[in-house]
Write a protein that binds this ligand. Structure first.
Ligand SMILES: *Cc1c(COP(=O)(O)O)cnc(C)c1O
Length: 378
């Protein structure tokens, strides 16, 4: 089936009781057992919920994976990966990564004897050089938050196969509509469904997808035993949202390219980051492994006063955490998403105080351009 057909139908069929075409929200913490040792496959809400199962099957199918395991946030999905490891194991993770992932790995999992190497994966050979005897997993995020730095998923996953390492990709920025890591050879895909998959900025959620039965078993154990499960209502909202993923992503992509192209030559811009621009240093890789470039444009205005003006004066763009919703948002990476990264390290990455991550929504793009322009000129 095509992407949108799966997005609308996969994991869902009319409810057997009433024929309801839309998957009901099964708001129940427990299930009646007709006699001792007999149930209908459902025992307790943390363990199983039909609305959650529909969401898991739906997104797994879009990512070309057999198994989906849903969590109550992207970060809890990432944390569940720890169920695949033991103390003494080593993870190679992308140096250019979401700040919250860095925080849970470096500031928390190190207490449990997991070691990390932070690697610049623009040079994919750096993964191979960082491999140690105890390396078990390679965590890639592409494009990265907020600098849109790419990792070659095909070569990255080939290196992992060669050394028998688990390859993981955080596909939050592209979604399966624009990038399918499993098809490129990656073992496990992670999402913050909070972002584009839900796309309406009203749910916090995460999901892990894999084709590997052993990984599914361990990750599902983490889901059920640690219990960071999404509510049935949140699952239903996200399931509702994936139906329009294709049309939303198309429009995000169109609007973001128009904005990136407009901003790149403006006198008030020092540097623009967007993988869809031919000037992007990894544009060729972007075209090879992605079928679109997404809705995030990052801009360095070179002057914190210009940035302050922008944050204060825009009428449509709001200054806020998060991204991927239908509405446009601005984010100050240095003090928001990457506040937990030490200053020196942050600056060495290029996350300056005048850097702004623009989550381009699907409003009329002329209005968005006018909003930025007049905010700065006022
Ligand atoms: C937001 C985000 C996360 C964390 O997800 P939450 O739903 O906020 O817990 C992980 N990775 C990326 C790339 C993100 O943007």
């Amino acid at each position: 089936m095509g992407f949108s057909t799966d997005a609308i139908h996969a994991g869902q069929s009319p409810d057997p009781t009433t024929g309801a075409v839309m998957t009901p929200i099964y708001m129940t913490s427990t299930y009646a057992q007709p006699e001792l040792g007999v149930n209908k496959g459902y025992s307790y809400g943390r363990t199983n919920n039909l609305t959650r199962e529909a969401l898991e099957k739906n997104i797994a199918s879009l990512e070309k994976g057999k198994y989906g395991i849903a969590f109550s946030s992207g970060i809890s999905a990432i944390h569940s990966l720890m169920g695949l490891l033991k103390p003494g194991d080593h993870i190679i993770a992308s140096k250019y990564i979401y700040g919250g992932t860095y925080k849970v790995f470096e500031n928390f999992m190190t207490n449990f004897g997991i070691e990390f190497s932070w690697v610049d994966m623009r040079k994919i050979e750096n993964i191979e050089s960082a491999i140690k005897k105890n390396t078990k997993l390679v965590f890639m995020e592409t494009p990265s938050n907020p600098l849109l730095i790419l990792t070659d998923l095909k070569i990255g996953s080939e290196i992992c196969k060669k050394y028998d390492l688990i390859s993981v990709a955080d596909n939050t920025f592209m979604t399966p509509y624009f990038q399918q890591p499993i098809e490129l050879g990656v073992d496990i895909v992670i999402h913050s469904t909070t972002k584009y998959l839900n796309g309406h900025s009203d749910v916090i959620g995460g999901i892990v997808i894999t084709n590997n039965k052993e990984h599914d078993k361990k990750l599902r154990f983490m889901q059920r035993s640690i219990g960071a499960v999404p509510s049935p209502f949140d699952c239903w909202l996200t399931l509702r949202a994936t139906k329009t993923l294709a049309v939303r992503m198309e429009q995000h992509d169109i609007n973001a390219l128009v904005i990136a192209d407009y901003l790149k030559d403006k006198s008030y811009i020092k540097k623009i980051y967007y993988p869809g621009l031919p000037e992007h240093p990894q544009h060729v890789l972007a075209k090879r492994q992605m079928s679109g470039f997404g809705g995030i444009v990052t801009a360095d205005f070179g002057d914190i006063n210009v940035v302050k003006k922008l944050f204060k004066n825009t009428q449509i763009f709001e200054l806020a955490e998060s991204l991927g919703g239908v509405e446009s948002l601005l984010n100050h990476s240095a003090t928001m998403t990457h506040a937990s990264v030490p200053e020196e390290e942050r600056l060495s990455m290029g996350i300056t105080d005048s850097l702004v991550r623009i989550s381009v929504g699907i409003e009329d793009v002329e209005d968005l351009i006018n909003d930025i322009d007049s905010a700065i000129r006022n």
